[in-house]
Write a new protein. Structure first.
Length: 255
């Protein structure tokens, strides 16, 4: 049995992954943005061990989520599933950060740095990461004209970069990114053609499977198969730039 923590797991792919883990006999801790969503998630999946609460748009809340997770003990895997939508306007958080970057990139960085190191890390990326641009001159979109789709693609590129960077920095951890495909979640819309079950199954497989194909690191998966990545994903310079930028923005260093 594995013990898995999943961010953004009150609905969508996160909750589907949690349900599948429970069905397979694993222990699951959920994460909710607020108390209301936590109550709903606990009612939906009563088998969940616990629900930690925190809005991942806030640096203080990111750190508090990590504290709550560590207080529950160690985990075999962490699935970084939470994410902001591609169609949102440019929103500035209370910390002065662009909201999509804060939730999609900085939150998984801070949680990775602060949660007791698991054996496996899974970062939810997207096939759209291949359209991303590793632009470190204007990470917060303060000077460019806002383009939500491009900002989303950039953030998902950075998620894949983060997974590869952790794989390089922590050789004893299996760290991988997943592209779920265009699935019919609230973000994807009802007409999305990809398979929700396949998308969540890939996260669960990477988090728990003893198959040799899942015992790899620094890879990008789509439906349990290796998939091509943007060249920046495995560029050590880009990896180091991202880690340095996240450390500067958060004040949290990666060991």
């Amino acid at each position: 049995m594995s013990r898995v923590f999943i961010t953004g797991s009150t609905d969508g792919l996160g909750l589907l992954a949690a349900k599948l883990l429970v069905e397979q006999g694993h222990a699951v801790v959920l994460h909710a943005r607020n108390s209301e969503r936590a109550t709903s998630a606990q009612a939906t999946l009563s088998e969940a061990e616990a629900v930690v609460i925190g809005d991942l748009a806030s640096r203080a809340a990111m750190m508090h989520v990590a504290e709550q997770v560590n207080a529950l003990g160690t985990f075999d895997a962490v699935i970084h599933n939470a994410g902001a939508r591609y169609d949102e306007p440019r929103i500035e958080t209370a910390d002065g950060l662009e909201h999509m970057f804060a939730v999609n990139v900085l939150a998984p960085y801070i949680l990775t740095a602060l949660i007791a190191r698991p054996a496996r890390l899974i970062y939810l990326s997207s096939d759209l990461h291949r359209r991303g641009e590793p632009d470190f001159k204007d990470l917060q979109w303060m000077h460019r004209h806002w383009d939500g789709t491009q900002a989303y693609a950039d953030s998902k590129l950075f998620d894949a970069v983060l997974a590869a960077a952790i794989a390089r920095r922590w050789p004893n951890v299996f760290s991988n990114a997943v592209g779920p495909g265009w699935v019919p979640t609230k973000m994807g819309g009802p007409d999305a053609p990809d398979d929700m079950a396949q998308a969540s199954a890939t996260q669960v497989w990477l988090a728990t499977s003893n198959e040799p194909a899942a015992h790899v690191s620094g890879k990008f998966f789509y439906h349990k198969k290796l998939s091509e990545t943007h060249p920046a994903v495995h560029d050590v310079k880009v990896q180091n730039q991202l880690l340095a930028a996240c450390e500067s923005l958060s004040g949290v260093s990666l060991s």
